[in-house]
Design a protein around this ligand. Structure first.
Ligand SMILES: Nc1nc2c(ncn2[C@@H]2O[C@H](COP(=O)(O)OP(=O)(O)OP(=O)(O)O)[C@@H](O)[C@H]2O)c(=O)[nH]1
Length: 377
């Protein structure tokens, strides 16, 4: 990156849409969560020490087990009073250790706005990324405090290729969805790490579970979290159209060794549903918006009473809808908050849209309810 590119240039944006103005000025934030021992620290260490050209501020709860970063890295800056908590690293990254939970750390960090282009927040001890994700997303218009300066870029979940399946197996939660499954559900990118320690078959079967739980998140298989940083950051998971895998339910003759992607999946209470959405008229898009609102806000299918079926909850939803006018709309939802916005950069001309819902009680009944929406006159 050029030095010239790094200097923020102040431009008058008065005549531009509010959203663009916001997104241009905000600092993107990526959340890293993951299973115990899966390789989160390994990933952070990589980011903090490799030459990748990004100026990333990494927030860790404590330097703790990544302490050798300090020993190895160069240029531990004596930056006035805050030197205990901030390290400026040789590759341009900023390492920030805070004992408090995320928010205080981020507030402190934002006093140094301009010294970094991206924030990476490790959420050790925060089992479910959902609440913090929704804090930084969604309230573009009425953002206050940190929400005004920071935009959620995406949530990365690191899964252990060796112990992941067992961790998911043991992750029982009596009346709700277990933590590891919530982390997978809430992720925009899945890193299946430690693949050197598992057989290719077992890596594939774990990947299949991940795809089943979260069909909208790309899965990267890694060894020692080795991955190009550019594939993790700047994904704009909450603004760009989601990259769905192809829906293969009605397709034949594909040269694939493994079974087609499931379009409905259940694992210990969590379920996901992947639905192909035909080209919609404006009126149908409005009807779909109302459907999503009813499901997310009232936890029931339109036309059903709330109590007469298994509980319907949506932890995460993503969608890409194509209108007959050619416009594309993106749905993003975290729990009961969602938005449907016109895509800023439309991806080619897909001939159909897609919708993925991840949560509980999402079965074929839900698919049929959706399909009725577009078959209705
Ligand atoms: N063989 C192998 N070992 C790995 C890989 N990734 C990480 N490790 C090792 O696995 C151990 C745990 O990795 P960490 O990066 O500390 O995992 P973590 O997710 O930060 O762990 P916690 O913060 O304790 O949950 C360390 O000893 C790493 O060196 C990998 O891909 N292959």
């Amino acid at each position: 990156m050029d030095d010239d590119d790094e200097v923020p240039v102040l431009i008058e944006h008065d005549d531009e849409p509010l959203l663009n103005e916001h997104s241009r000025r905000k600092v993107p934030l990526t959340i890293i969560c993951g299973f115990l021992g899966a390789g989160k620290s390994t990933l952070l260490k990589r980011i903090l020490t490799e030459q990748h050209g990004f100026r990333i501020a990494v927030i860790m709860n404590e330097f703790g087990d990544t302490a050798d970063i300090e020993a190895k890295t160069i240029n531990v800056a004596a930056e006035g009073e805050e030197s205990e908590e901030f390290l400026e690293l040789a590759n341009g990254c900023l390492c920030c250790s805070i004992k408090d939970t995320g928010i205080a750390a981020i507030e402190k960090l934002m006093q140094r706005k301009g010294a970094f282009d991206h924030i990476l927040l490790e959420t050790t001890g925060l089992a479910d990324p959902g609440p913090i994700a929704s804090l930084f997303w969604h309230n573009e218009e009425f953002a206050t405090g940190l929400g005004r300066d920071i935009a959620l870029d995406g949530v990365i979940c690191v899964v252990d290729a060796v112990f992941g399946p067992q961790q998911m197996e043991e992750d029982h939660a009596s009346d709700t969805v277990g933590e590891s499954l919530r982390q997978i559900a809430g992720a925009d990118i899945l890193l299946l790490n430690k693949t050197d320690l598992a057989s290719p078959e077992s890596v594939e079967s774990t990947a299949a579970i991940l795809r089943g739980i979260n069909p909208a998140a790309p899965i990267h298989c890694t060894v020692r979290a080795q991955i190009e940083v550019g594939r993790l950051l700047g994904v704009r998971a909450f603004a760009a159209p989601p990259a769905f895998p192809p829906v293969r339910e009605h397709e034949h003759g594909h040269e694939h060794d493994h079974a087609p992607e499931p379009t409905h999946y259940e694992l210990r209470g969590i379920s996901s549903l992947l639905v192909t959405v035909p080209v919609l008229s404006r009126a149908r898009l409005d009807a779909l918006d109302e459907w999503v609102r009813t499901v997310l806000w009232e936890q029931r299918l339109p036309g059903d009473a709330a109590s007469d079926a298994s509980p319907l909850t949506v932890l995460r939803c993503k969608g890409l809808f194509v209108l007959d006018s050619g416009a594309q709309y993106v749905l993003q939802g975290v729990r009961n908050i969602y938005e449907i916005d016109e895509a800023e950069d439309a991806l080619g001309v897909p001939d159909a849209g897609k919708l993925v819902l991840i949560g509980t009680g999402l079965d074929e009944r839900v698919r049929r309810s959706l399909e009725r929406l577009w078959s209705a006159i």
